[in-house]
Write a protein that binds this ligand. Structure first.
Ligand code: PLP
Length: 364
């Protein structure tokens, strides 16, 4: 067939497949596959959505109010914040702006898939770097840097392993990189970590020209459907992204709801507390079933089985019971399932489903 031909890198990758959200024939489901906030969005954000304003008008393409609020909350410079249609968009923009054919990017062994997809789409080659006990290995990352390396992507905490490296380790990683290699610190799960110990990295953005931090409203802020994220960038990188992005890349409802959500830090604290309580409960209960379970620094846990076949069978069994976990074959963890911390009812249903699976002899 003739017709336009997409760039090679694009056709080298499968399309991103997200967590399942419904199960045929099962009326009531608990979606625990996409790390969304089981407490939902702040009531302030929901109220803002009831007042959509005039949809015939373009939104503020500068996202000025939202950037000012983000700057104030986090002690940052508003002009260095770039908002995106989800933090995914910021990742894609960075890849488009800084990668071309022949370049390489580094990502950890079990990294968020968008790093690979965005880099391939820009013609670059993703290089997977081995982890130690499912945790980013700074020495291995530094050893993998070549003159082709342009970006190092690090989610901290990481999805789907949920592990986090310390501020010292992040600093050591940066210190070992050449000045022209961009270090991308993805803080999608930042709000779930105790703020007193979280290595946010904003200070590194201010001190260096080659560090960008991304954040999202999709997880703890409970606004995944609206697609809102942002990056904190050195001035030159913010300038590049602002030239490249669509002029109205963030829609009006996202701007309004995001602004209100930021005012409700009590909701974030409640979400963090709910997560801690039920994450610990899930680990304890599922461990008690004799299954291998790992806690994380984020809003999900990992449950492991004796083979990929058993993990797949457990996924199907749980789905049939109305509990939807995330299979991790695409992430290179075929014997594990990722289970987002849910509502109390969802968490109890997940444990009951796993218990029934074990009782049937599913993990033998
Ligand atoms: C590590 C990580 N980064 C970024 C994202 C993207 O989030 P969004 O585009 O919804 O802001 C996700 C979503 O799952 C994630 O897990």
């Amino acid at each position: 067939m003739a017709g336009p031909r997409a760039k090679d890198g694009i056709l080298d990758m499968p399309a991103y497949v997200g967590g399942r959200h419904s199960i045929d024939g099962v009326a009531e489901t608990f979606k625990m596959s996409a790390n969304e906030n089981p407490l939902g969005a702040s009531p302030l954000a929901l109220a803002a959505l009831q007042q959509p304003g005039d949809p015939s008008l373009y939104p503020d393409g500068e996202a000025a109010q939202l950037r000012a609020a983000l700057a104030e909350l986090n002690g940052l410079k508003a002009e260095q914040i770039v908002c995106g249609n989800g933090s995914d968009e910021i990742l894609h923009l960075l890849a488009q702006a800084y990668l071309q054919s022949g370049d390489e990017i580094l990502h950890t062994q079990h990294a968020f898939l968008i790093y690979k997809l965005a880099s391939r789409a820009a013609g670059a080659q993703p290089i997977e770097v081995a982890e130690t006990d499912l945790t980013a290995n700074v020495d291995a990352l530094l050893a993998a840097v070549s003159e082709k390396t342009k970006i190092v992507f690090l989610a901290n905490p990481n999805n789907p392993t949920g592990t986090m490296i310390s501020a010292d380790e992040v600093t050591r990683l940066h210190a070992g990189l050449p000045d022209d290699v961009l270090l991308l610190l993805d803080g999608a799960y930042a709000e779930y970590v105790d703020p007193a110990v979280y290595p946010a990295g904003f200070d590194m953005v201010e001190a260096h020209d080659n560090v960008v931090v991304t954040r999202t409203f999709s997880k703890a802020y409970g606004l995944a459907a609206l697609r809102l994220g942002w990056g904190y960038c050195p001035p030159a990188i913010a300038d590049v992204l602002n030239r490249l992005r669509g002029p109205f890349n963030v829609n009006q409802l996202a701007l309004q709801a995001g602004l209100e959500a930021l005012k409700d830090q009590a909701h974030i604290a409640d979400s963090r507390a709910h997560n801690h309580q039920w994450r610990d409960w899930l680990v304890q209960q599922i461990g008690g079933l004799g299954l291998t379970v790992r806690t994380t620094q984020a809003n999900f846990i990992l449950v492991s089985f004796d083979s990929p076949q058993t993990a797949a069978a457990a996924e199907e069994f749980m789905c049939a019971q109305g509990v939807i976990p995330r299979g991790l074959v695409a992430y290179g963890l075929p014997t594990s399932l990722r289970l987002s911390v849910g509502t109390e009812a969802g968490n109890r249903a997940a444990v009951a489903a796993l218990q029934a699976f074990v009782v049937r002899g599913g993990n033998e």
